[in-house]
Design a protein around this ligand. Structure first.
Ligand code: A8S
Length: 210
């Protein structure tokens, strides 16, 4: 078994262990992963900050917590940047495990009119999907994100896995739905990698003066 296969083996094991979603009829589910060249504590510090998704999520402009404390059941109101077929999203913290590094959220409300227009300027991405969605909301969206230590080129690295389950809206196919969500998650994971890797480089180059 070569290195590549070994990685795939770990991903499958982690997905089996932590990313089991119960799906009903007319729901779709999928899992995506990303290898990040930054240690797990840095990546987890970003992922776990339920009250500050804008630290890495490129589509979030603002986040306000409903209530003071941060724990299971906390709700955040996320404002989405203009240009997307949504303005706000209310999201509930379902799972936060600092030992196992698991975060689970569920979308409970919001205004996401997912009308994505055709754009010829770029390849397929969240802004330029060649489909028109008529979703009223993503109320049945929930996701799990886990982070796992690994070694990348002899340095501490992190494997991040994000999975989701969502209702397929009337008038859309399962493929369209998955494709849209996957595009958003791909952007989030890429941004998570960029921010974490920048933090890791800073950590390595800053003199230790404490
Ligand atoms: C996340 C994942 C997703 C976020 C989606 C899928 C969303 O915040 C964006 C656009 C939408 O149309 C729906 O973990 C919604 O951020 C970026 C507002 C929910």
């Amino acid at each position: 078994m070569n290195g590549g296969d070994a990685y795939v083996g770990m991903e499958v094991q982690y997905i089996r262990r932590h990313h089991k979603h119960e799906t009903r009829d007319n729901q779709c589910t999928s899992a995506m992963f990303k290898h990040i060249r930054a240690p797990v504590h840095l990546v987890w510090s970003l992922v776990r900050s339920f009250d500050q998704p804008q630290r890495y999520k490129p589509f979030v402009s603002r986040c306000t917590m409903r209530g003071d404390d941060l724990g299971i059941g906390s709700v955040r109101e996320v404002n989405v940047k203009s240009g997307l077929p949504a303005t706000t999203s209310m999201e509930r913290l379902e799972l936060l495990d600092d030992d196992k590094h698991i975060l689970g959220i569920r979308i409970v409300d919001g205004d996401h009119r997912l009308r994505v227009r055709h754009s010829t300027a770029h390849g397929p991405n969240a802004f330029a999907l060649c489909a028109t969605y008529g979703w009223d909301d993503l109320n049945n969206y929930s996701s799990i994100i886990t982070v796992h230590p690994e070694v990348i080129d002899g340095r501490p690295g992190t494997l991040v896995i994000e999975s989701f389950v969502v209702d397929v809206p009337d008038g859309n196919t399962e493929d369209e739905t998955c494709y849209f969500i996957e595009a958003l998650i791909r952007c989030n994971l890429k941004a998570l990698a960029d921010v974490s890797e920048r933090m890791a480089v800073q950590d390595r180059t800053e003199p230790i003066n404490h």
